[in-house]
Write a protein that binds this ligand. Structure first.
Ligand code: MSP
Length: 486
C-alpha cells in the first residue's frame, strides 16, 4: 500500500504558530504510523508564497516579495525539527520546477476547453485571496474569517468553468461518502455544491507576484490554483532525477483546516478532472485550536498557546501528545498552558512515565536486569493483542485522538496490573518467584506493545523507552517527564 499525506502549504505572510504546527504534527503522526505498518509513505508540506497577501506583507516590510518569502519560508522550515516533524519534501511554490508544472497542467485545462475570458466583479477578501459568494459575506460586509471589510473588485480575468462540474461533484459525494471527512465537513461541502456552482476566476491581471499564464503572459494564475497544484507538482521533482508521480499520485489524504474546505473539496477535484488527472482519495478537515476561553487565539487577548513556550517548558513530545489528547481531532477545541501542565503531570508523568520507571526498576532490582525466561500473563493477552488492529482502524478513520485513547486504556490497564500483582510483595516470598517472573515479563511485553503504538505521537520518548527495554542488562532510566518549575 502507498500512503501519500499532505498538509496545506502555509502562507509566508505570517509567522509560524500553533495552528500550523498542529496540522504538520498530525500529518507527521500519520506518516510515522503508516511507515511502521510497512506502507510506502510520502509526506509533503511546504509554503505558499505567491499572491496578494504575500506581496502586500512584503511591501509593508519594504521588501521584495521574493526576499520576504525566503525569510519566512526559512522560519516555517526551521519549525519542523523543533516539533519533531520529518517530511519527505518541503515544497515552495516559488520553486522553478513547481511553476513549470503548474503551467503545464493549467495549459492542459485550457486546451481541454475549460477556460474562457470574462469580466469578474465581486466582493473580495485580500487575506483569503478569495471572492465571496453572497452566502459567504459576514455582517457589515466583512470577511467572516478575517473580519476585515471586503473590497469590490472588477477585472478582466480568465475563468475556470467550475459550473460544468456540478453533476460530477454531486456524484462524487454521493458515491464516495468518505471522500470528505468528518461528516460535518462533507455536509458543508455538499451544501455549497447544492447552491449551484459558479465559474471562478483562474487568473489575476493586476498582480505580478505569481505564476505567469502561459497563453496570456500579462496575467498570473490566481494563487489558489498555483497552491493546490503543489500536491501534484512536488512529486515530479522531490527526488532529483526521479519522478514519483506514478508511484504516489493520487494522494491518499489531504489534511486541511476547516477554513479552506471549499478549495480542497470542490475546486481541487474539478481542476484535476479538467486536467485529466486523478483526484485524491480523501480530504480530512480538522477543526480550529482556540484559546483557553474558547475564543480565537490572539496576542491582544493573551489567550493563545505559544508552541515555543510549550516546547521549552514541557518538551516536544509533550506538545505532540497534548494536541491529540486534549482536542478531538476533527472538532474545534480549546488549548492552554494550564491544560498542558495538567496532562503532563497526570498522564505523561504519573501514568506512562511511571509505568516505564517502575517496569525497568523492578526488572533491574529483582532480576539484576535480566528479563526472566517465562511466559506472560494470558489475562492481559486479549487487550494487548487487539491494540494494533484497533489503532490501525482508528488511523484509517483519521481519528488521531481516538487512537491515542485506545493506547491510553492499555497504559492504564498495565498500571492497574502492577497494583494487582504487587511485584514488591512477590519479591519478598521465594515460593512466588515464578509469579514474579510472569509479572515482570508481562509488564515488559505490555510496555513494548504500548510503546510501539505510541511512537508516532512521541517519537523521541518512545525511542528511549525502546532502547531501555532492549538493553542488556535492563537498567533504570532518569524520569521521562521530570517535574518542571512553574
Ligand atoms: N496557503 C493556504 C493553504 C493552501 S493549501 C493548497 C493557507 N495557508 S495558512 O498559512 O493560512 O494555513 C492554514 C492552515 O493552517 C489551516 O488550514 C490549518 O491547517 C492550519 N491552521 C492555522 N490556524 C489554525 C488554528 N487556529 N487551528 C488549527 N489549525 C490552524 O490557508
Amino acid at each position: 500500500m502507498t500512503f501519500y499525506v499532505t498538509t496545506p502549504i502555509y502562507y509566508v505572510n505570517a509567522q509560524p504558530h500553533l495552528g500550523h504546527a498542529y496540522t504538520s504534527i498530525a500529518a507527521d503522526v500519520l506518516a510515522r504510523h503508516h511507515r511502521r505498518r510497512g506502507d510506502d509513505t510520502f509526506f509533503l508540506t511546504g509554503t505558499d508564497e505567491h499572491g496578494e497577501p504575500v506581496a502586500d506583507a512584503a511591501r509593508a516590510q519594504g521588501l521584495e516579495p521574493r526576499a520576504w518569502a525566503d525569510l519566512n519560508a526559512a522560519k516555517f522550515k526551521a519549525l519542523l525539527p523543533a516539533i519533531g516533524v520529518e517530511p519527505d519534501f518541503f515544497i515552495r511554490t516559488t520553486d522553478p520546477e513547481h511553476k513549470r508544472r503548474v503551467q503545464q497542467v493549467l495549459q492542459r485545462v485550457h486546451d481541454n476547453g475549460h477556460v474562457y475570458k470574462g469580466i469578474y466583479e465581486g466582493w473580495y477578501c485580500p487575506r483569503c485571496a478569495d471572492f465571496k459568494t453572497e452566502a459567504e459575506i459576514g455582517p457589515g460586509n466583512r470577511c467572516p474569517i478575517h473580519e476585515i471589510e471586503l473590497t469590490r473588485e472588477r477585472e478582466e480575468n480568465w475563468f475556470f468553468r467550475l459550473s460544468a462540474f456540478q453533476e460530477r461533484l454531486e456524484r462524487l459525494f454521493a458515491e464516495q461518502p468518505d471522500f470528505v471527512r468528518p461528516t460535518r465537513a462533507r455536509n458543508e461541502a455538499q451544501a455549497f455544491i447544492a447552491q449551484g456552482l459558479q465559474d471562478i476566476s483562474l487568473s489575476r491581471a493586476r498582480l505580478q507576484w505569481g505564476v505567469e499564464v502561459p497563453w496570456d503572459p500579462g496575467h498570473v494564475f490566481y494563487v489558489w490554483f498555483d497552491a493546490l497544484l503543489n500536491y501534484y507538482t512536488a512529486l515530479g521533482y522531490a527526488r532529483p532525477g526521479e519522478d514519483l508521480t506514478a508511484r504516489y499520485w493520487p494522494a491518499q489524504l489531504h489534511l486541511v483546516g476547516k477554513e479552506i474546505l471549499k478549495f480542497h473539496t470542490i475546486y481541487w477535484p474539478a481542476m484535476l478532472w479538467a486536467a485529466d488527472l486523478e483526484i485524491p482519495e480523501h480530504v480530512f478537515v480538522h477543526g480550529f485550536l482556540q484559546g483557553s476561553d474558547g475564543r480565537k487565539m490572539s496576542k491582544s487577548l493573551g489567550n493563545g498557546l505559544d508552541p515555543f513556550e510549550v516546547l521549552e517548558r514541557f518538551g516536544v513530545d509533550a506538545l505532540r501528545f497534548y494536541l491529540f489528547r486534549d482536542v478531538t481531532f476533527g472538532a474545534d477545541g480549546n488549548v492552554g498552558m494550564e491544560a498542558v501542565a495538567v496532562r503532563y503531570d497526570s498522564e505523561l508523568a504519573n501514568e506512562y512515565g511511571n509505568l516505564v520507571s517502575r517496569t525497568l526498576a523492578m526488572i533491574a532490582r529483582y532480576r539484576d536486569g535480566a528479563l526472566p525466561e517465562a511466559g506472560h500473563d494470558a489475562t492481559l493477552d486479549p487487550e494487548l493483542a487487539s491494540l494494533a488492529g484497533e489503532v490501525a482502524a482508528a488511523f484509517d478513520a483519521v481519528d488521531l485522538s481516538g487512537a491515542l485513547e485506545l493506547i491510553w486504556q492499555r497504559v492504564r490497564r498495565l498500571n492497574r496490573y502492577v497494583e494487582e500483582r504487587k511485584p514488591w510483595e512477590l519479591a519478598r516470598d521465594a515460593d512466588r518467584s515464578g509469579e514474579l517472573d510472569t509479572a515482570l515479563v508481562t509488564l515488559h511485553h505490555g510496555l513494548d506493545v504500548v510503546t510501539a503504538e505510541l511512537a508516532p505521537y512521541m517519537p523521541a520518548t518512545c525511542a528511549l523507552v525502546r532502547s531501555a527495554l532492549e538493553a542488556v542488562p535492563i537498567e533504570p532510566i532518569p524520569p521521562l517527564f521530570p517535574k518542571r518549575d512553574r
